[in-house]
Design a binder for this molecule. Structure first.
Ligand code: SF4
Ligand code: SF4
Length: 291
């Protein structure tokens, strides 16, 4: 019998969108000046290793899709899928078609639609930024969200839908504009997605799939946008001076904008326990804060 070929749904064409995970981040360590006990060090090491392992595993989820061709879903399928995802620890979930412009150049994506998954980074740890506790929380969420994204992807593949996992530490697509398309949040002036539930305090992952998606219920996010326009606190308080007043185009003609000076931000991340001060600063992410 001939082996069936694995055919990608899309191959990224946007030359202005290159996939780069800064290598420096793979050598992250805890700041030894801040004393930590052995148990905390072990926890950090577990989350860090789990994140990098999950990042590699997600890349392999495309395999096993060779005979997956289902598109239609039975009644109630997405309701029980969302229930399952929430029981595993997903806090936010929505759906949107994949937009080809947001696929990193030359990368192959399997599945025409995207399921967006978000997981909260807890305020009690984020409010201590920059600190070891905050850094550990960031990697806890990378690891846990990454692992469950892979598990949910395997579930869809087992049901016969061509699907691929995209890890929160780095996938094949630019996630923020897809989250905005799905209606879960807006792009804040810090360049990250902010949501009514957690402000900027969540990580995002994706599952691309051929399964036919439901239409998400729209949310009214106008108030958040207006608040953001008059706030500017993240720009004033960014620890690395990395947040720009006005967005700039990443590469001329790409149509992809950025609000962060990446090299300044990475320097701050490496020098100050993953920094994350912007996550603490944003008033829209403070618990119970009504805006
Ligand atoms: S992580 Fe630090 S340097 Fe980077 S944008 Fe946030 S506050 Fe600024
Ligand atoms: S800190 Fe203020 S300006 Fe920055 S993203 Fe949050 S609400 Fe918007």
């Amino acid at each position: 019998m001939n082996e069936k070929q694995l055919i990608p749904t899309y191959i990224g064409k946007n030359k202005g969108l290159k996939f780069i995970v800064p290598e420096e981040l793979f050598s992250l360590n805890l700041d030894q000046e801040q004393k930590i006990d052995r148990e905390t060090a072990r926890k950090f090491s577990r989350y860090l290793k789990g994140t990098f392992k999950g990042f590699q595993l997600a890349r392999k989820t495309k395999y096993g899709n060779e005979y997956n061709s289902k598109i239609d879903v039975p009644e109630g399928f997405w309701e029980s899928f969302q229930e399952k995802a929430r029981s595993m620890g997903v806090d936010l979930i929505s759906f949107t078609p994949v937009e080809e412009d947001f696929i990193f150049h030359n990368l192959k994506v399997f599945g025409r639609n995207a399921i967006i998954l978000g997981m909260e980074m807890k305020w009690n740890e984020i409010k201590k930024a920059p600190s070891i506790e905050t850094e550990i929380e960031c990697f806890r969420v990378y690891q846990e969200l990454g692992d469950l994204t892979i598990e949910l992807t395997e579930f869809l593949k087992d049901k016969g839908y061509k699907s691929e996992a995209h890890h929160p530490f780095g996938g094949k697509l630019l996630i923020p504009p897809l989250v905005v398309s799905s209606g879960l949040g807006i792009i804040g002036r810090m360049g990250m997605v902010i949501t009514p539930e957690f402000g900027p305090r969540q990580r995002w992952s994706l599952i691309t799939t051929d399964a036919r998606l439901p239409n998400p219920a729209p949310k009214d996010l106008k108030g958040m946008e207006e608040y953001c326009l008059t706030c500017g606190s993240c720009i004033k308080n960014c620890k690395g001076g990395a947040i720009l007043e006005e967005p700039i185009e990443r590469i001329k003609g790409s149509g992809i904008k950025t609000r962060i000076d990446r090299s300044k931000c990475i320097k701050s991340i490496l020098n100050y326990n993953y920094c994350s001060v912007c996550l603490k600063i944003c008033p829209q992410g403070h618990p119970k804060k009504k805006v």
